[in-house]
Ligand binder design. Structure first.
Ligand code: ADP
Length: 491
């Protein structure tokens, strides 16, 4: 058993090259943290047009393998970890959203592209491209890479496989005939393999075929074995038993650092938090919101999706701005939710500001300038926005579910006294519960000393990747050992 492993991460997005959500944050930050621990890590991602442009603009990019119309390009993360981009015409022409067209419908060739990507990952894992680097572990993320453990098993590649579920709600379901179109063997059509509800399921490849399956918090790991959250896969997930492990995400504390954030007007940290006032003033100027010092700035940053409980926010909005408080929203997604928020902003431009865009720098300015962050998610595998918020001294108000339940500590007399309080939690699935909790948070905001203490606790929370990266390293040891034990003799 080697002390350090060669680990190939395979993901459909990676910060800072291409991002639609938390997956990109993790696919960038976890490999970086593992690299710091001494693991030999590479990240394989699709070479979308935009990602290649971004890589070219920021770092050296060169081909390490070439075929007609296809190349494998190499660049590096700021921390030194190598990224390989698989450039094909099918990925290159996706300069916009990686999975959806501008109307929000899935790209028609998603199955073909991500199958091809999985085959390439398998070839890399088998060192079939002459890169003279053979991983011990292949760590695949989310449904887009669900076929990686399948192809690796079919090709008898000896590396151990780990599959991480970042969000079980996205499963990569395609017509059952897709299996045949992709040239995969017929036995995979079985419910014990890739068939799910008369469809072909990419995520079942990861869950059923990987040596170890992980998800991004311990709470969510338990929740997905129940019918309420398991999305029909609870049986398969429960069957994996102790092979299913929850490891909470961290955040990249270099990139999310109010003491060195070029997006902020002034630097601040837990010891000297004064700069947060300047960030708040700048945010108010930028958004045109009118808030006296006694009124909190309450933010929402994230996808406009049912999962995130944005409809509850819309419903509770009138009650929230009656506190008094102002609300700033940054999100993209569901047009119905977008229109409702747009109307609210038009009706009260002094109290509600909403921008419907994916804007990283604005997100940083909001985390810096806001006082509270809302996350009324119906379910939340881990959630990163609340971790970013705490790091910036912005107090999260969250529904008690998944990773939110275990990363935010609710404020009461006991948690305030022992210094563990970092936010506010609520139960229930209705706008009243959210409204009441916002009110509770506003009551605490009015008590200056209490609020200062909360900011201090939140900012000092250790959300770095170190602890989680160590947990993944232990898991790699286990997966590697298990694979050695079960390796067929001819390998
Ligand atoms: P998700 O379910 O979308 O992955 P997470 O909370 O795990 O939710 O991660 C969301 C990440 O994406 C956070 O880093 C958040 O700041 C960022 N994000 C979400 N929406 C936007 C947006 N519209 N503009 C900029 N950043 C965003």
């Amino acid at each position: 058993m080697p002390d350090n492993h060669r680990v190939l991460h395979v993901a459909a997005e990676v910060q800072p090259l291409i991002k639609t959500g938390g997956l990109a944050d993790v696919a960038g930050a976890l490999p970086d943290a593992l690299h710091t621990l001494g693991e030999d890590v590479r990240i394989l991602v699709p070479g979308y047009g935009g990602a290649i442009e971004r890589a070219r603009a920021t770092a050296r990019l060169h081909a390490i393998a070439e075929w007609p119309d296809t190349r494998l390009l190499e660049t590096q993360l700021p921390g030194g970890c190598r990224i390989w981009l698989y450039e094909t015409a099918a990925f290159r022409r996706r300069a916009g959203h990686p999975y959806e067209d501008p109307e929000g419908a899935p790209w028609p060739d998603n199955a073909e592209r991500f199958d091809e990507f999985a085959r390439l990952a398998t070839a890399v894992a088998d060192d079939a491209l002459g890169l003279e680097w053979r991983p011990d572990i292949v760590h695949a993320h989310d449904w887009h890479t669900g076929l990686v453990p399948v192809h690796m098993q079919l090709a008898r590649v000896p590396a151990a496989t780990v599959f991480t579920i970042h969000n079980l709600a996205y499963q990569g379901l395609f017509a059952l005939t897709t299996r045949q179109t992709l040239g995969l063997p017929g036995w995979l059509d079985h419910w014990e393999a890739l068939e799910f509800d008369r469809h072909m399921s990419f995520i079942k490849g990861g869950i059923g075929f990987a040596d170890r399956v992980t998800t991004v918090s311990e709470t969510y790991a338990r929740e997905i074995t129940t019918p309420e959250v398991g999305a029909g896969l609870e049986g398969l997930l429960a069957w994996r038993g102790s092979d299913l492990v929850g490891i909470a995400n961290g955040i990249d504390t270099r990139r999310w650092n109010p003491a060195r954030d070029p997006a902020l007007p002034a630097a601040y940290d837990a010891d000297q938090p004064e700069g947060k006032r300047e960030a708040r003033s700048a945010l108010l100027r930028e958004t045109g919101l009118q808030a006296e010092e006694t009124m909190p700035v309450i933010a929402y940053i994230g996808r406009l999706a049912e999962q995130k409980g944005v409809d509850l926010l819309v419903e509770a909005l009138a009650r929230i701005i009656a506190q008094p408080a102002v609300v700033v929203v940054l999100g993209s997604g569901d047009p119905v939710l977008r229109d409702a928020l747009r109307r609210a902003g038009k009706a009260r431009p002094d109290r509600v500001y909403a921008r419907f865009d994916f804007d990283e720098a604005f997100a940083h300015r909001i985390y810096g300038g806001a006082d509270m962050l809302l996350m009324p998610s119906r379910f939340e595998p881990c959630g990163l926005s609340q971790l970013n918020a705490m790091r910036y001294g912005t107090i999260p108000i969250v529904r008690r579910t998944g990773g939110l339940a275990e990363t935010v500590v609710d404020t009461d007399d006991a948690t305030l006294a022992d210094g563990s309080a970092t936010g506010f939690q609520f139960d229930g699935d209705d706008a009243d519960a959210l409204g009441e909790t916002v009110q509770r948070a506003c009551d605490h905001f009015a008590q200056l000393e209490t609020w200062r203490a909360l900011i201090d606790h939140a900012m000092r929370r250790d959300s770095s990747w170190v602890r989680s990266a160590k947990a993944y390293r232990t898991l790699y040891h286990d997966a590697f050992d298990a694979r050695q034990r079960y390796l067929p003799p001819h390998l």
